[in-house]
Design a protein around this ligand. Sequence first.
Ligand code: FDA
Ligand code: NAP
Length: 448
Amino acid sequence: MDITGRPSQEIYDVVGIGFGPSNMSLAIALEEHEASSPQHPIKAHFFERQPTFGWHRNMLLPSTTMQISFLKDLVTFRNPTSRYGFISFLHASDRLVQFVNNQDFFPTRQEFHQYLEWAAADLSDRVTYGAEVTSIRPRTGADAETPDLLEIEVRGSDGTTSVVTARNVAISTGLVPRLPEGMTAGERVWHSSEFLSRFNAQDPRGLKSVAVVGAGQSAAEITRFLYDSLPHAEVSAIMPSYGYSIADDTPFANQVFDPSAVDEYYFGTERARDSFWRYHRNTNYSVVDADVIRALYQRSYDEQVRGSQRLHFRNLTRVAEVEQTGDATRVVLHSQLDDKTTELAVDAIVFATGYDGVDPARLLGDFDQNFLRDKAGRHQVTRDYRLVAASGLTCGVYLQGGTEHTHGLTSALLSNIAIRSGEIADSIVLRRTEQELGSSVKVARSAA
Ligand code: FDA
Ligand code: NAP
C-alpha cells in the first residue's frame, strides 16, 4: 500500500500537490467529468501539507470580506448546476434565505472558509492531509524512450517518505510569503501570513507598541484589527506610499478577471500584456478595499476629535533595519519625506509585504532543466497550463498559480479557478485519450 492507502504500483492519471481552492476545484472538475463519462474514470489523488483543510487561516480576521463575488466559487462559472456551489452550501447550512435578505455579493472570509471546509469534507476520500510533497522526478517507462511517468516524493506527518507514480501533476502550492531583503521573521517579527497564530500566542497586555509595514489589503486589515483589539496600544502603520490606495473593483476594470481575458492576455501582444499590468495592477496589488480605508480614516479622525492619538501613519517610510535583543525590538525607519532616519521601539512588528507566486522549480529540482524558459527566464507555459518541455515528454506538469506572465492577473486569485480547473481536467482527459490511441496504433502496426 502507498501513502494514499492504494496498492503501491498504482499509476495515477494526476497527482495534485496542495489542496487549496485551486486543486479542490480540479478535484471537483475531475469528479464531474467521471460522472458524465463513467467508463473512463480518472485516477486522481491530492496531497496537502496542512493537517486539515485551511485557507489562509492566519488572516481570518473578524469582519474581513471576500474580494470576489460568492458566484466565483469552486464551480459555478464552469458548471452552475454543480452540487459544490456556494448556493448549495448556503442551502445545506439553512441560510440561503437570510443570505439573500442580506443583499451582499461579498461574504465574510469566515463564511467563505466555512464553504470551503464544507466542500473539502465531501472530497476527503481523495486527499491525504499532513503530507508534504518534497520533489517530483521523471521515471522512464519500460517501453518508452522518454520519461512518461512522474515519481512524486511525499513526506508524511510522521516523517516517513513515500513515492507515488503519476502521468501528470498539478502543482498548486499557493503564494509564498515575502519579507523585505535583510529582514528575518522571529518571535516579535511576523509576516502577515502567520499573523493570527503569532498574535494569539501573546499576552495582549504585553503588546503596548505595535507596527505594521505595507499599504496593501493585508496591512490595512491588520492595522485595523490591532487598533481595535489593543485599546491600550500605540499602533504605527509604516507605509511606502503617501496613503492607502483604493482597489479598483469597478465593472470595466473587473473585466480583467473574466475568463475571456485569459485568452486575450495569453494570445495578446507583448504590448497588450504590459498594458494589462500598467493599467490594472491596482485591481489587486498594493491596494485596499474602500470600506477598510474609510474605517481606518474614521478611527484617525475620531482621535483628532478626542484630542488623543495612538494610531500613527508613517507615510513615505520604509523599514531600514530591525534589531531584536531579548524582548526589545528596535526598528529603524527611513522617511523619504526628509531623508531622515528615526527609531521606533515595538513589542511586535508585522510585515504585510506581500507574496511571491508559485515556483515549480522548487519541487522539480534538476528535472526543471527539461522545461523551457522565455527570454526573461520565466517558465514557458501552454494555454492549458502545462510547462513546455524541451523534448518529447509525455507526462504533464500543470500549474495552478505561477502563470501571471503567461495567463494574466487571475493566476493567483480565485476569480477563474472554476474555468481553469475545467480546462486542466479536459486537457488531462484529452491527452490520455490521445496517448491510448497512439499506443493502440503502435500495437496494431507491430501485429501487422
Ligand atoms: P492556496 O495557497 O490557497 O493553497 C495552496 C495549498 O498548498 C496550501 O493549503 C498549502 O498548505 C499547500 N501546499 C504548499 N506546498 C505544499 C507541498 N509541497 N505539499 C503539499 N501541500 C502543499 N483571492 C481572491 O480572488 N479573492 C479573495 O478574496 C482573496 N482573499 C485572499 C486573502 C488572503 C489573506 C490572501 C493571502 C490571499 C487571498 N486571495 C484572494 C488570493 C489567494 O491566492 C487565493 O484566495 C487562493 O488561496 C488561491 O488558491 P490556491 O489553491 O491556488 O492556493
Ligand atoms: P500586496 O498587495 O502585495 O501589498 C504588499 C504591500 O507591502 C505593498 O504596499 C508594498 O509596497 C509593501 N511592501 C513590499 N515590500 C516592502 C518593503 N520592503 N518596505 C515597505 N513596504 C513594502 O500584499 P497583500 O496586502 O498581502 O495582498 C496579497 C493578496 O492577498 C492580494 O491579492 C490581496 O487582494 C489578497 N488579500 C485579500 C484579503 C481579503 O480577501 N480580505 C485580505 C488580505 C489580502 P509597494 O507597492 O511599494 O510594493
